[in-house]
Unconditional design. Structure first.
Length: 80
């Protein structure tokens, strides 16, 4: 249980540093789903619900719970 709390705290700290960035981030969820999205902020005062958007200037936002996130990395577009 303590390890889970530590991981959630690390994710919160990482997300705080990503909020409002013009760059997209790659979020790997615990169910192995991958999202490329912009981190917009938090939907709750405890910072457990993250607001995300598909575009950097989008007003429409979705939510994701921190407990469902496994990893957050800057998204690097590969040359195709």
């Amino acid at each position: 249980m303590r390890r889970l709390q530590s991981n959630i705290e690390k994710l919160r700290n990482r997300l705080v540093s990503c909020v409002g960035s013009d760059a997209p981030f790659c979020i790997k969820k615990k169910n192995d789903e991958i999202l490329v999205t912009y981190i917009r902020g938090f939907a709750d005062p405890d910072c457990n619900i993250v607001l995300i958007s598909e575009k950097s200037h989008s007003l429409g936002m979705n939510i994701i719970e921190i407990k469902h996130i496994e990893e957050i990395q800057p998204w690097i577009q590969s040359a195709a």
